[in-house]
Design a protein around this ligand. Sequence first.
Ligand SMILES: NC(=O)c1ccc[n+]([C@@H]2O[C@H](COP(=O)([O-])OP(=O)(O)OC[C@H]3O[C@@H](n4cnc5c(N)ncnc54)[C@H](OP(=O)(O)O)[C@@H]3O)[C@@H](O)[C@H]2O)c1
Length: 333
Amino acid sequence: MGFPTFVYNQLLVHPRLPPYTFADQTVIITGSNTGIGLETARHISRLGAHKVILAVRNLASGEAAKQSIETSTGRAPGTCVEVWHLDLADTHSMLAFADKALALSRLDAFIANAAVATKVFALAEGGYESSVTVNNISTFLLALTLLPKLRQTAKDHPNRFRPPHLTILTSQVHAWPQFPQWKDPRGTFVALSDEKTAKMDERYPVTKLLGVMLTRELVSQLGDDPGVIISMVETGFCDTELSRENKGIEEVAFNFWKTLFARTAEQGARTVVAGASAGKESHGTYMVNGVPAQEALGKWVQGEEGRIAQKRVWDEFGEIAEAIRPDVLKCLV
Ligand SMILES: NC(=O)c1ccc[n+]([C@@H]2O[C@H](COP(=O)([O-])OP(=O)(O)OC[C@H]3O[C@@H](n4cnc5c(N)ncnc54)[C@H](OP(=O)(O)O)[C@@H]3O)[C@@H](O)[C@H]2O)c1
């Protein structure tokens, strides 16, 4: 996406809420105590969802979010919004969350919203760099674990308006980084977890690129009729806490940029709600402003080298995923 398109989208496009009801639906939104996730949860609660699960690492913050949603939507306390613990940097937390979610009677949408943008290198407990663990390994492992539940919900409720949704939050910054790690003989995830060579300035964009590749490969492995609508949502540049680490001149400059161009988190959330309720035409697509916009996807990821890298990244991810949760890839066959 070039700069003129960015400015046009940010200043002149006002995403609209889709006119659908979420009545009867159960929806999980990760990282929904703040930012775009919180506003997505608020919209979906207002649109009549039966159950909205705030999947958060900080339960106190999640409870405050729940209260704020109940107050603003008029949903009676305890009737719609639930707060569940999920720390994507902690494998045990992620697996416990997955098992709890698999026990739900239905799951209509899994919105993989949580992400971290950090320039500080740290290894998560599984041995991989922390933001790669949160934004990619745990997020996609959780999505894969819940995929059978989404498909079962489609079978159990055949008269539903649209199939269940797996909605992955991505970003236009996926098109920015050089990504030499895909060729690293040690493997991409190992290479990204080497502190000596890690370029943390571009780590967040790299995780968003990995997210695009993993989603595209998942869609391709599932074939023509997966029973679930999977899409990647780019929300536009929004004023949230994502840049919370910025300090000093960087913070001042970024805040100025936000003042000029940022959407509110609420406006960004409309594009997520659009993704999580879109029709089959959105399956496998990159969505911008709440509509499929495949042309806005980065050129490299669509090219020959991107396709080879995507397969390689997926195979490595698959090995990591199987080691953490044996047989998780069985849902693909
Ligand atoms: N803001 C933008 O301009 C923009 C543009 C395009 C795409 N996006 C995408 O939108 C999504 C939401 O971002 P945002 O802008 O709303 O950022 P945000 O305000 O920083 O929210 C991020 C959420 O992720 C949660 N999170 C971080 N690490 C986690 C972990 N280990 N386990 C569980 N949850 C964790 C955070 O929880 P805590 O509050 O506890 O930290 C928070 O709830 C992200 O996927 C981002 O890439 C944002």
